[in-house]
Write a protein that binds this ligand. Structure first.
Ligand code: TZP
Ligand code: MG
Length: 211
């Protein structure tokens, strides 16, 4: 994959957006310069069935218009049905081997928290890994304790060729810190979903300097 696509990775589901229509938020984020998008429809109030599929397709169509990779969280069947650009899985969605076989050469992103998890992800040719939560987050109900930047920095040093995206509690004020630790990019939900000015937020987040 092109590691520059990880620069500002926007993740969204309908439940992450309170005051506006999620498709409007996605389009504004795309216009403003996000570099990758993950469809993550989760939680007790998540939409299901045909409405879920239709919403995913609408997000995918917007991403296509702006030539931005469209990644599906967890749901391999949906990713295949929509011919998504890739899938992102967590440790609870394993085994990676099975998922890799199902998705062929589509992009595979894996969330990792330890050296062992990182090595398994690499064994099955993860195209990128997500590391976090770096800081406290309220967007993921079962999020682990914030890890800070130590493991991130170690992973970036040990695997300089591996595309790595940092996630969890990242905003306009701390983005620089995770990029300095070596990440290729940052993944955010609330920084964009709850922004009062998406254009400015995206501009600030993409203008932070990496290592
Ligand atoms: N995985 C680890 S933290 C997290 C996910 C999906 C949530 C990130 O959301 P936010 O609002 O950017 O902290
Ligand atoms: Mg998952």
């Amino acid at each position: 994959m092109n590691c520059h696509d990880l620069r500002l990775y926007f993740i969204m589901g309908s439940t992450n957006v309170k005051k506006r229509h999620p498709l409007e938020v996605l389009e504004e984020a795309l216009q403003s310069g996000i570099t990758m998008f993950q469809f993550r429809e989760k939680g007790p109030d998540a939409i299901t069935g045909q409405a879920y599929e239709n919403f995913a397709r609408s997000c995918q169509n917007l991403c296509k218009q702006y030539h931005i990779p469209f990644i599906v969280n967890d749901d391999v069947e949906l990713a295949l049905k929509l011919d998504a650009d890739g899938i992102h899985i967590g440790q609870e969605d394993f085994p990676v081997a099975v998922i890799r076989e199902k998705i062929g050469n589509r992009l595979l992103g894996v969330s990792v928290h330890t050296k062992d998890e990182l090595q398994i992800a690499l064994q099955y040719e993860a195209d990128y890994v997500g590391i976090g939560p770096i800081f406290a987050t309220t967007s993921k109900r079962d999020a682990k304790q914030p890890s800070g930047t130590e493991f991130l920095q170690q992973a970036c040093t040990d695997y300089p060729e591996l595309p790595i995206v940092a996630i969890g509690g990242i905003d306009e004020f701390n983005a620089q810190k995770v990029l300095k630790a070596g990440a290729n990019g940052i993944a955010v939900i609330s920084a964009i979903c709850e922004s009062v000015n998406i254009k400015n937020t995206v501009k600030t987040l993409t203008s932070c300097q990496s290592r």
